[in-house]
Design a protein. Structure first.
Length: 393
């Protein structure tokens, strides 16, 4: 595929992913906040669980929620599902264009596991499918009836998947797959559980039957799961811009801490929307702060520099061997028509100019070279770090 058109396809998919993702997240946040903010009104019609008055955009809105369903099916019923479906479709498209098409650069690290592209893609697809099935089985088991235990088990499932993926893919590939796994669970929740259960309620109303409240309860449970997983998955989906998150042996721990921070922040917002006493849920704020501080500590750079003096020629030789296939005026790497970020590293002057970025990407982390295709060693990273440090003096 021509690099120019591949970049445009990537950009358009990313743009579409953002647009539909914002729509899905917006409806999730809105309906959870609406549900938590409902208030009972003795004057409400029979079967109404609660109501809420809202003001927005110069108008007033009055919303009622039925305990199960209204006595009769309304003529105009709005469904919220395509935002979720299209978010997954565009996200999977990005996974194909970015990580499957360029598997050797973005997905595979031969120093971790020397996979063929087809094998890596098969593992990726299998992980996404298996993750959903295991999650769904857990939710349908007796564990699913115990909210706290279920939360802990799902948390362990995701962290275990992160650890396993880190033993197979590159750091970047493993981290983005954790986000993809969570996103898949969320989207399939909508496709296979929430919407089908709503259809069953509609069918029962149309048949003149009493709606089964069990379907609504199951759908509500999965909706709440999606709501609490949203903030962690958002950070994971932009993780490729921050190699500090995944370029070390403890990336599974970073995943765990991100889930804790994101989940607790979401919990704080939800309990506020429910107008709960802050003293009841205030514990979540310091715990989230401790988890965030822990994540920052875990990802702090530990530069392995050499105490020996490194000659200019040797430093340039390391850069030329590992970097200039991509970072050149005319890149030789088939995946790039021009230097990424317009960053050229063909001369010592170039390396000095971009020294801070080189240090972050190739010395303090192993984010570069992409997929470590050139098999840059720890000794070479240490020597390059020593040379860069000498330039700062």
């Amino acid at each position: 595929m021509d690099v120019f058109f591949a970049d445009w396809l990537n950009l358009l998919l990313r743009w579409a992913h953002l647009v539909v993702g914002i729509g899905w997240i917006g409806t999730s946040f809105y309906f959870i906040a609406l549900d938590l903010g409902l208030r009972k009104n003795p004057k409400s019609p029979a079967g109404v669980y609660g109501e809420q008055w809202q003001v927005h955009g110069g108008g007033f809105y009055h919303v009622d929620k039925y305990t199960v369903a209204p006595p009769q099916l309304p003529e105009n019923l709005v469904w919220f599902r395509w935002e979720a479906y299209l978010t997954w479709v565009t996200g999977f498209g990005l996974l194909c264009v970015q990580y499957y098409w360029n598997a050797r650069a973005y997905l595979i690290d031969p120093t971790i596991m020397d996979l063929s592209p087809m094998t890596a893609i098969a593992i990726s697809l299998g992980t996404l499918a298996a993750g959903w099935f295991v999650y769904d089985l857990i939710c349908r088991s007796p564990i699913g009836q115990r909210t706290v235990l279920l939360s802990v088990v799902v948390f362990v499932l995701i962290v275990a998947a992160s650890w396993g993926l880190s033993l197979v893919f590159s750091g970047r590939g493993a981290f983005i797959h954790v986000g993809s796994l969570i996103g898949t669970i969320m989207a399939v929740n909508v496709f296979f559980v929430i919407i089908p259960n709503q259809r069953k309620l509609v069918a029962q109303l149309q048949a003149g039957q009493e709606p089964d409240p069990r379907y609504g309860a199951i759908g509500k449970q999965r909706s709440v799961h999606n709501n609490y997983l949203t903030l962690p998955v958002l950070l994971m989906m932009v993780s490729n811009h921050y190699p500090m998150l995944y370029s070390h042996p403890h990336q599974w721990l970073v995943v765990a801490l991100i889930i804790v921070v994101g989940g607790l922040v979401r919990h704080l917002i939800n309990r506020h929307d429910a107008s709960d006493d802050f003293n009841v849920y205030s514990w979540a704020a310091p715990v989230a702060a401790i988890a965030l501080a822990s994540a920052i500590t875990v990802t702090a750079p530990h530069t392995a520099t050499s105490s020996v003096q490194v000659a200019d020629a040797e430093a340039l030789q390391i850069v030329n061997h590992h970097c200039t296939a991509c970072h050149a005026r005319k890149p030789q790497h088939p995946g790039f028509a021009e230097a990424p970020k317009d960053m050229r590293l063909e001369t010592l002057s170039d390396v000095r100019q971009y020294g801070r970025l080189v240090r972050v990407q190739a010395v303090q982390s192993n984010a570069m070279p992409l997929g470590n295709e050139t098999r840059m060693t720890g000794e070479e990273r240490a020597k390059l770090g020593a040379w860069l440090e000498a330039q700062r003096r």
